[in-house]
Design a protein around this ligand. Structure first.
Ligand SMILES: *Cc1c(COP(=O)(O)O)cnc(C)c1O
Length: 449
């Protein structure tokens, strides 16, 4: 089904009976009985929709309905689904090997990918550590920073400074630098490392950063630099912690303050990397080069789980020449050849595509299409940057009613909390993009009181 929401179908959506095949019913019953979904309760009665397949920007549900994808499967599927070039490359790699351990062995997909990442990221980043997910790459980044200062005989530098509303992943180290309220730190208080937090910058993207904006950060940094190993930030766009876009000038000043105060800078480009904000990496907006950078999510075009942590030669050489002379990490599936092949192919597809024009066109389409949402009583703010469009509401959405409404409107949009947002695959055309923004407007207007 193409987008065909009229007001009545959207309004009735809450009490729609979704037709499902009998095998889908079994699937759903078994799913409900045995499977945890992200951030949810076992046996929850929040809707879950069985997917049969996906191609291009369309997700086909088991009941035959087709949805226009507004999420890129959480920032990943930048080329859409079931891409023939990706499929062919993975099939070919499968014929030589799916996996091989990385201890004492190496292979072309990993070497090519490392070369490419070094070439594309800021100049000083020269060493690559492959991790199996974004959270793990953040753990690796934190450990690198700590080991770096250990090697420099400053073992007290073990803490991290960051800003509120960040998101860096769900493992313990990554969680410790994620927003303490969103991340429910209180639940894990005795186990979770305590880090330093400052308020998120009030200066928005496109604005300058005043002394007042940077002072709280500067004060914490100067006061605690003796025990801070690194500052960790998502550059420009704070993703899952609040979809906030902050001033490039702020990031530039943070970077300068880090160098002046002997603290490393870790930039987490897991959500922003590979073009999403209009630049290949978001740090380019501020023209800063971090000491350590994490990439993940769209790295493989959404095909496989893979992430990487890049470090400067200064960081990697200091760790390698210090005590104990090795970096203490090594995942089982490190540099999985299939995942590296997916990444090599995805990056090639991206760089050979007119991605800048595509992102600019998506940005225009999101701005034009979401503009009307501003007039709705339940919408607090609309903001767009690159291929990211956000309607922030005054109140959190009711997922139980709103999720089926989007599906009935023919789109896959998954809000969280007060945030209804779009980050479509880069290959989306104007009319599908319009379907997404129209559906957001209609659904929000029908739940607006
Ligand atoms: C998604 C995300 C992570 C965590 O990545 P996973 O692959 O889910 O572990 C870390 N940092 C940022 C900025 C992210 O968006």
């Amino acid at each position: 089904m193409h987008f065909s929401a009229n007001d009545s179908s959207v309004k009735q959506a809450g009490c729609h009976i979704i037709p499902v095949k009998p095998d889908s019913e079994n699937l759903l019953a078994s799913d409900k009985k045995h499977i945890w979904h992200p951030y949810s309760a076992m046996g929850s009665d929040l809707p879950v929709f069985p997917v049969e397949s996906a191609k291009g920007v369309r997700i086909k549900l088991a009941d035959g309905r087709e949805l226009v994808d507004g999420m890129s499967s959480w920032w990943c599927a930048i080329h859409g689904y079931n891409h023939p070039v990706m499929n062919a490359a993975l099939t070919q790699q499968l014929d030589s090997m799916a996996h091989i351990m990385f201890g004492g062995l190496t292979h072309e997909p990993a070497v090519k990918l490392a070369e490419k990442l070094v070439e594309l990221t800021p100049e000083p980043l020269q060493s690559v550590f492959f991790a199996d997910s974004g959270s793990v790459s953040v753990e690796v980044a934190l450990k690198m920073a700590i080991q770096y200062w250990n090697a420099r005989k400053l073992p007290n530098k073990q803490k991290f400074l960051t800003i509120r509303y960040g998101y860096h992943g769900d493992t313990f180290g990554a969680m410790s630098v994620t927003d303490p309220v969103n991340g429910m730190h209180a639940l894990f208080a005795d186990t979770l490392a305590q880090q330093y937090f400052v308020d998120a910058p009030a200066c928005h993207f496109g604005e300058a950063c005043s002394n007042e904006d940077i002072t709280p950060f500067q004060q914490q940094l100067e006061e605690h630099k003796g025990d801070i190993a690194a500052v960790i930030l998502e550059p420009i766009v704070q993703g899952a912690g609040g979809m906030r876009f902050y001033s490039a000038d702020y990031l530039r000043r943070v970077s300068e303050l880090c160098s002046e105060n002997d603290v490393l800078l870790i930039l987490d480009e897991i959500a922003t990397g590979f073009g999403r904000t209009g630049r290949l990496f978001a740090c380019e907006h501020a023209d800063v080069a971090p000491d350590i950078m994490c990439v993940g999510k769209s790295l493989t075009g959404g095909y496989m789980s893979l992430a990487a942590t890049l470090a400067t030669e200064e960081v990697s050489q200091t760790i390698s020449n210090g005590e104990p002379g090795v970096f203490m990490h090594g995942p089982t599936f490190m540099a999985n050849p299939l995942a590296c092949t997916a990444a090599n192919t995805s990056i090639k597809l991206l760089l050979e595509s007119p991605w800048q024009q595509r992102i600019a066109a998506i940005e225009q389409g999101l701005k034009a299409g979401l503009e009307k949402c501003r007039e709705l009583g339940n919408v607090n703010e609309v903001r767009v940057l690159g291929a990211i469009g956000v309607a922030e509401l005054h109140q959190p959405v009711d997922m139980k009613t709103i999720q089926p409404m989007f599906v009935d409107a023919g789109v896959w949009v998954r809000p969280f909390g007060k945030l209804v947002y779009l980050m479509p695959p880069y290959i989306i055309d104007e009319s599908d993009l319009k379907s997404l923004t129209t559906a957001v407007y209609r659904v929000l207007s029908s739940v607006s009181r």
